[in-house]
Design a protein around this ligand. Structure first.
Ligand code: TYM
Length: 375
């Protein structure tokens, strides 16, 4: 198989998720672990059932502590470099499910500093503005106002900086160079940045002056930051944060991850229904070149972006998904029909999300916590 790369700064090639578990040293989510979760949640989110959330670190420990009465908090985030696409929503939808089921607090970090440092063409004002734009998408998903704090790095820096400094003192250049592939021309801000992304993983322990477990849901690309966070945790007297990792929501163009830098391959939450429909109609499918061949030989749902969109996001009903897969394989479905089915589902989702996003403007300030003046 061709080489692939997964870091927080670059995802390239066809990702072998099983190989990634070995490479990163994470653990597979087993049926037994899912059974343990179900004891508390009663039902199981389809992203867990389908192993879209497939890997973890110390999730069993999080459950041990929870069962002992030591509840965890959730921590996740966004690098605000532009509009949010459907892929970003995946870990957040799952995080919201965890918040609802376990009734726990969430700290959501907006790394306006990171994206300013990483994206040559963005000013700090722009990334800060995107932090607020993107927060509307987060709020639109329905997080509990009383249990959710959104922090924007440049505006919560007083609290984060002390922890980030403690972390930074434990990290040297050769480590971040090896983990992230940095080189002599990487700006020094990025060398420091892992310390900033680590800070919220210790924030509740720091505030409460006791060991509060932290669970981080994210896609597997963010794991390298948190490997470092976990390595330094014991020497700072903090518990290691646990993680639950998802695979990437696929691109409309085929196997790669949905990427914000290729607009036609991603659907943004701010896309109009017409634009989204057009993107779906141009999507890569597992169909055959002619109707005749499709009828005779069937399609290939495994490589089909339209089918994967349904499996990862838009078709929660396992029976309906399986039925569609069978019909496709048997040549009973043509790609046009599937595309229309998906486009209708996306249209309904976008209309609803965009309404909630508008309403979120009224409560935005209630979610944001600051210790510095906002712009
Ligand atoms: P960012 O903005 O690149 O991504 C936000 C979240 O979305 C996940 N993600 C995806 N998930 C599924 N399919 C995709 N195609 C896809 N692309 C991105 C990311 O893994 C992430 O969970 N540095 C971070 C921001 C951050 C953060 C955190 C993320 C700060 N603290 C704690 C997770 C946990 C970033 O730039 O994410």
């Amino acid at each position: 198989m061709e080489e692939f790369i997964v870091t927080p700064y670059e995802v390239k090639g066809e990702v072998d998720y099983e190989a990634l578990i070995e490479k990163f040293g994470t653990s597979r989510i087993t049926e037994e672990l899912i059974g343990r979760i179900k004891k508390h949640t009663k039902d199981i989110h389809f992203m867990l059932r389908r192993k879209i959330f497939y890997s973890h670190r110390d999730l069993d420990w999080i459950l041990d502590e929870y069962e002992k009465g030591n509840a965890f908090y959730l921590y996740t985030g966004r690098g605000p470099s532009g509009p949010v696409h459907l892929g970003h929503l995946m870990p957040w939808i799952f995080t919201k499910w965890l918040q609802d089921k376990f009734k726990v607090k969430l700290i959501f970090q907006m790394t306006d500093d990171e994206k300013f440092l990483f994206k040559h063409d963005l000013t700090l004002d722009q990334t800060n503005r995107y932090a607020y734009e993107n927060a509307l998408d987060v709020i639109a998903l329905g997080f509990d106002k009383d249990k959710t704090e959104i922090i924007v790095d440049t505006e919560y820096i007083h609290n984060l900086y002390r922890i980030a400094l403690m972390v930074a003192k434990k990290i040297n250049f050769s480590l971040v160079k090896a983990v992230f592939g940095f080189n002599q021309s990487t700006n020094v801000g990025l060398l420091f940045f892992t310390s900033m992304q680590s800070a919220p993983a210790f924030l509740e322990s720091y505030r409460k002056k006791k060991k509060v477990p932290c669970l981080i849901p994210c896609a597997i690309d963010q794991d390298p930051h948190f490997r470092i966070t976990r390595d330094v945790a014991p020497s700072l007297g903090f518990p290691k944060p646990a993680l639950i990792h998802c695979k990437f929501f696929p691109s409309l163009a085929g196997a790669d991850k949905m990427s914000a830098s290729v607009p036609s391959s991603s659907i943004y939450t701010t896309d109009t229904v017409e634009v989204a429909r057009k993107k779906v109609m141009n999507a890569f499918t597992g169909g055959k070149p002619t109707v005749k061949e499709q009828r005779e030989e069937g399609g290939n749902p495994r490589i089909c972006a339209v089918f994967n969109y349904l499996a990862y996001f838009f078709e929660e009903d396992d029976k309906k998904l399986l039925e569609r897969e069978k019909m496709c394989l048997a040549g009973e479905l043509l790609c046009g029909e599937c595309k229309n089915y998906l486009a209708d589902k996306i249209a309904r989702f976008l209309e609803d999300h965009q309404k909630k996003r508008e309403k979120a403007k009224n409560v935005l300030e209630e979610f944001i916590v600051r210790d510095c003046d906002s712009k």
